[in-house]
Design a protein around this ligand. Structure first.
Ligand code: PLP
Length: 413
């Protein structure tokens, strides 16, 4: 596939969809309509084959063996780091490969924040964060005596920037913010936010889990200190992800986990650690997974992230319009800039019942709190349903989704 130069409307999206074997299956006798890509993305054959090829032809551990397979595995693993670095527009030696965003943020919490924060210091998080960008900071706050302050959202689901900037007082040492909300789809102006924080000497952690799969990214231009991504949402295998950090932070941070791979020399008198990023990559990594993630970066780049964004925006607009025209549907989140995520409820139906009934129609949506309890609290609901779209979805699938909602409403009335 080489569609890089084509604009979104000139791309053969039906052809691209064929790359995803799982999308050909049926559930409950109906064609699968997969609207849960914010949870995990589906994998194209190119990624599946890259993983398969590694195990069939190259399987060996990395950075240990000098034999041919060992060298091939190391080259492929480090090649994947370079591909991901290029995809994010960062330096490979500033990219720590890890199991995903949860690990990446915990690495910052334990290795950067824990040794530095003190009683009287504060951490700012936003109302729309995933638990992965809340709980590690609570653990740090508990152990250091720091406090947590919360940036709130307005009625559209945008961050209240005036209130946020008002929170950035001298005791604040760290600001943790999602690039894109996994529940509301809100795209936060992270460049401006990071500039404001930096002016005040505040370190920024951006959770890019829902941004990296869906829009062109230039992490270097955002101006943050740390940026976390998770591979399984961007067409890559589960158990892959990365933390980008400024070199000065990586050099100053102590290792998070100790073991093999992260050392230069071990003596009982003391250990000399490897240089970053390897200093933070103790133990055997998910080699095949990262090779798959490298293939995913190639795959997404060949389509073009701006094309992917345009396609998903068109699906979002169409689905929002159709949901708005459906009686009894309430949408949560109408941000000015929004990714293709729609949280919603249908009058008279609990989110889990709704998702279960939609599943019987072949439509897979997520229901629950979406790992965002504080946001559910804000809206006064225990749970919502969430339809999240990717470039491999079709307008016909949106129609099937709306038809399934109409059928479920009939059942429930
Ligand atoms: N942050 C956001 C915004 C997410 O949507 C998710 C996953 O749902 C995560 C963090 C956690 O990612 P992972 O479980 O892959 O570490």
């Amino acid at each position: 596939m080489n569609q890089a130069a084509a604009p979104a409307d000139a791309i053969d999206w039906a052809r691209i969809r064929e790359d995803f074997p799982v999308l050909r299956r049926e559930v409950h006798g109906k064609p699968l309509v997969y609207l849960d890509s914010a949870n995990t993305g589906q994998k194209p054959a190119q990624v599946i084959e890259a993983v398969d090829d590694f195990f069939r032809h190259h399987n060996a551990n990395v950075s240990r063996a000098v034999h041919a397979l060992g060298t091939e595995a190391t080259d492929a693993y480090e090649g994947a780091r370079r591909k991901l670095a290029k995809f994010l527009n960062v330096r490979g030696d500033e990219l720590v490969l890890c199991s995903g965003t949860t690990f990446a943020i915990n690495l910052v919490a334990y290795s950067w924040a824990l040794p530095r924060l003190q009683p009287g210091d504060a951490i700012v998080v936003t109302r729309m964060e995933h638990h992965a960008n809340i709980v590690p900071w609570q653990l740090v706050a508990e152990r250091t005596g720091a406090t947590i302050k919360v940036a709130e959202i307005d009625e559209r689901g945008d961050l209240d920037l005036e209130q946020l900037y008002g929170l950035l007082t001298p005791e604040v040492k760290l600001l943790a913010v999602a690039h894109v909300s996994n529940v509301l789809g809100t795209v936060n102006p992270v460049r401006d936010i990071c500039r404001q924080a930096r002016k005040r000497g505040i370190v920024t952690v951006v959770d890019g889990s829902q941004a990296a799969p869906h829009r062109p990214l230039d992490v270097a231009a955002i101006g943050c200190d740390f940026y976390a991504i998770t591979g399984h949402k961007m067409a890559g295998p589960t158990g892959t992800g990365a933390l980008w950090a400024r070199r000065e932070h990586l050099d100053a941070m102590p290792p998070f986990l100790g073991g093999g791979e992260m050392i230069k020399q071990v003596r009982f008198e003391g250990t000399v650690f490897n240089d970053a990023p390897h200093k933070f990559e103790a133990g055997t990594p998910n080699i095949a997974g990262f090779i798959g993630l490298g293939a995913a970066c190639d795959y997404l780049s060949a389509i073009g992230m701006d094309n992917i964004e345009a396609r998903e925006q068109a699906l979002l607009e169409y689905a929002t319009g159709r949901l708005d025209a459906t009686e009894g549907v309430r949408i949560f989140g109408r941000a000015r800039e929004k990714a293709a995520v729609i949280s919603f409820l249908v009058e008279g139906a609990h989110a889990h019942d709704l998702a279960t009934l939609l599943d019987l129609e072949g439509v897979a949506v997520r229901s629950g709190h979406h790992c965002a309890h504080p946001l559910m609290q804000h809206f006064g609901v225990p749970a919502t349903c969430r339809a999240s779209f990717a470039f491999y979805n079709t307008f016909e699938e949106v129609d099937a989704f709306i038809a399934a909602i109409a059928k479920v409403r009939q059942l429930l009335l």
